[in-house]
Design a protein around this ligand. Structure first.
Ligand SMILES: [Zn+2]
Length: 340
């Protein structure tokens, strides 16, 4: 496992120092698993922008929300009776509905709560636990209905900077043969690593990172939380690995508890940093393998400014398929680690 960094610098005459020559460093990192690269530059130049959550509650801003209680029963779809006879199963405030815009044959949305806007503090343990429990039970149900579908995902856009179309908190759950390029690259590389080294890359990563102490934040029960060597988001990512979960069936209530507790700590870190939006995914590989354990990636998002709401993704991510990050994973880990 090689953590390769290509360090470099660019020299120019800086206007702020009377056009004296100034060197600005940047680096490119190569992911030890996939070989995919990521740029680290613009250090400290981008700060998370504060969102006015009260603003999203105003009727003229909120507009039509299908997930709010006054509309939900009338405008959201129901599952066919062979999947869920009750149509829309629920647990606490969490309600599972089919996705009106399905990603695959079985595609569900969990509306997490009754309220239209929930801050990170309001995403409490009960709401998170009920949401994950309901969503994971849906994935397990898909497995019994269509055992040949190999991959299972939870995906989550929280707040508008993440690209989420609805502010009302919700997660997507689906099973698919086509889980995306990042997933497939990780899966194939994990299989290759296993064949070459005779061990699971992810467990080796946990051991190596814990020993090195530079990017390992801590563990919560069976879950291990660390900062990826190559982050996908501009403000950096946090990853959680469940080394004893290789398929959706292995994921039990205790794993949900670990996930919820870890996320609460991540949200505490976000709160101190002013981060108010993220993308997250929880990935499950196919059954009968011991090289691709379940893992979560959570990636902080922000508008670049609140003047014209410029997104934090640009040609790098959109066209070159190259992540850019303004925070070094090792610095990020020092801050995140305080919460673990
Ligand atoms: Zn709503």
């Amino acid at each position: 496992m090689e953590f390769k960094i290509i360090e470099s610098e660019s020299t120019f005459l800086h206007p702020r120092t009377g056009f004296e020559p100034e060197k600005v460093r940047f680096e490119v990192r190569i992911d030890p698993l996939t070989g995919r690269t990521g740029h680290y530059s613009h250090f400290g130049a981008i700060k998370p922008q504060r969102l006015d959550l009260e603003h999203y509650k105003k009727p003229e801003i909120k507009g039509f929300c299908p997930f709010c209680l006054d509309k939900r029963a009338k405008v959201t779809p129901k599952f066919t009776t062979h999947i869920y006879p009750e149509g829309r199963p629920s647990l606490g405030e969490a309600v599972l509905i089919p996705n009106l815009f399905p990603y695959d044959i079985y595609s569900g949305v969990v509306i997490m709560a009754d309220d239209h806007v929930l801050s990170l503090e309001q995403l409490n343990r009960k709401i998170l636990r009920d949401t994950f429990t309901l969503g994971i039970s849906f994935l397990k149900k898909i497995k019994t209905l269509s055992p040949s579908i190999p991959y299972y995902l939870m995906t989550w856009n929280y707040m508008p900077p993440s690209g989420g179309g609805l502010v009302h908190p919700h997660q997507q759950y689906f099973a698919t043969e086509c889980p995306g390029n990042q997933f497939i690259d990780e899966l194939r590389a994990s299989e290759g690593f296993y064949r070459t080294h005779g061990k699971d890359y992810w467990s080796a990563l946990i051991d190596g990172e814990r020993d090195a102490g530079k990017r390992y934040a801590g563990n919560v029960g069976a879950s291990h939380w660390l900062i990826p060597f190559v982050c996908l988001g501009i403000l950096g990512d946090i990853m959680c690995i469940f080394p004893d979960v290789y398929s959706i069936e292995d994921f039990q209530d205790r794993h949900i508890d670990n996930l919820v507790e870890g996320l609460r700590r991540v949200f505490e870190y976000y709160r101190t940093e002013g981060i108010m939006s993220f993308n997250a995914s929880l990935l499950f590989g196919p059954e009968n393998q011991r090289y691709f354990p379940c893992h979560l990636r959570i990636s902080a998002r922000t508008f670049l400014n609140m003047r014209d709401f410029a997104p934090d993704f640009n040609f790098f991510q959109a066209i070159l398929g190259e992540p850019v990050c303004v925070a070094m994973p090792e610095d990020l880990c020092k801050d995140v680690g305080k919460f673990f």
